[in-house]
Design a protein. Sequence first.
Length: 446
Amino acid sequence: MNFQQFVHEFFSSDPLSHNFVSWCATGLAMLVSLDTVIRLWTERHRLLKEDLNDEDRAFAWRLVVFTVLPLLTWIDWRATDVAAQLSGGYLSAVSYGFIWYQALIEGLSHATTPEQAALVYVAGEAAQIAFALLLVPALFLRPHPFFASFLGYTIAFTLGFNLIVDPILSLAGFGLPRWAEIVRIGMTHPGSIDTLVACQAGMTGLYLFFISSSAVRLWFSDLTRPEIAEHLKNCLKDSKVHLLKSSLADADQPPSSTVTLKLGILYLRAGLNRQAGKLLKEMGKLFPGSLSTTFLAAMLAFQDRNYKEARLAFVKSADFAHVDGELKASLLAAAACSAFAQGDTEGALDLCQRALEFEDACLTARLVKVDAYLAKGKKEQAAQEIMVAMHLGLDFDLKDKVPVDADQVFDLICKVEEKTENTALMGQIEQLEATLEKSGRPNKLS
């Protein structure tokens, strides 16, 4: 079976063509769903955590896909069946596969208008959208961070799938033929689906507006990452106060590079990568080529899984003047993380070795070496690295420290930036003294 045939059979709109492949997908989905439910019990400590990490949020997404999606499929099926019966029809040749279903709508009465027939086809989608919208008020009750994440992901997934993904698949000839049939009705009876299409387009536009809104993202971050969101709000207030003072003093002075970097790091920790990207563009204009700008670019690239770009940016950050010791080791270790994620095991080992030359107790570099050795099948060297780390008394907790401990690195960057500014200022003073000396004026500026 070639790939094109596989895709056609897997997504075919003909319920009779679903064969072994589709039922294998059903069996696999049921096994993963069962495993997810078991993990929900065995890893129930996640439900009570105040500070969620990436693994916790990934597990929330897994719950949505493998527990909510089957429920949405059932809602779609039953809503379509009820709508068909209310219009004098019924579903025939029904195939239900846990995460998919196929059926034919037949027997609609002759009294059914084209508009009513189109509503029958869209009934399942409407029921799912209503289900998602009913969950929105629960977010305003400020549930626990994990439940807020689960509810938010469920709402976003349900609306996005029904408003964007499902129509595209349907019109492309895959999945349910819902929108293909609606378009056929519209072509047969011009003007009969105009209102329905307008509603679909309007809801899609609203969904895209809210899902990309900075205010909505910050509000959701406040629900799922309350501690970080509070720090972010304070940092935003500090930036506004600085701009206000500058305007009152008739001075067009932007916040320092480190203040802006702190805001960018908080954006990333709050999951607001888009806002961090916008801030990075501003930093590129205000502080081109600075250590703060380069480091934020590296962090953003790593968060976006652009590991090649992240690696280059981390190495570039480590090569800045006055970057040495613990900071240089941390940046090189972050580059090693990027290289390992990129699949370059040898490059990761080389960068780890460089990092350890500047800080022998760099935990990230030690553990990346362990992973790299294990990937190469060198278990003895991996065990030796673990023993060295234990001998150094390192804490093996890397929570929120991959690729770097952002708070620690930020403090070190502040010192480097201050030293760089002082060096630049001293250079300007020396240049001015030399100018005054040539002009015969007193040349000591103190």
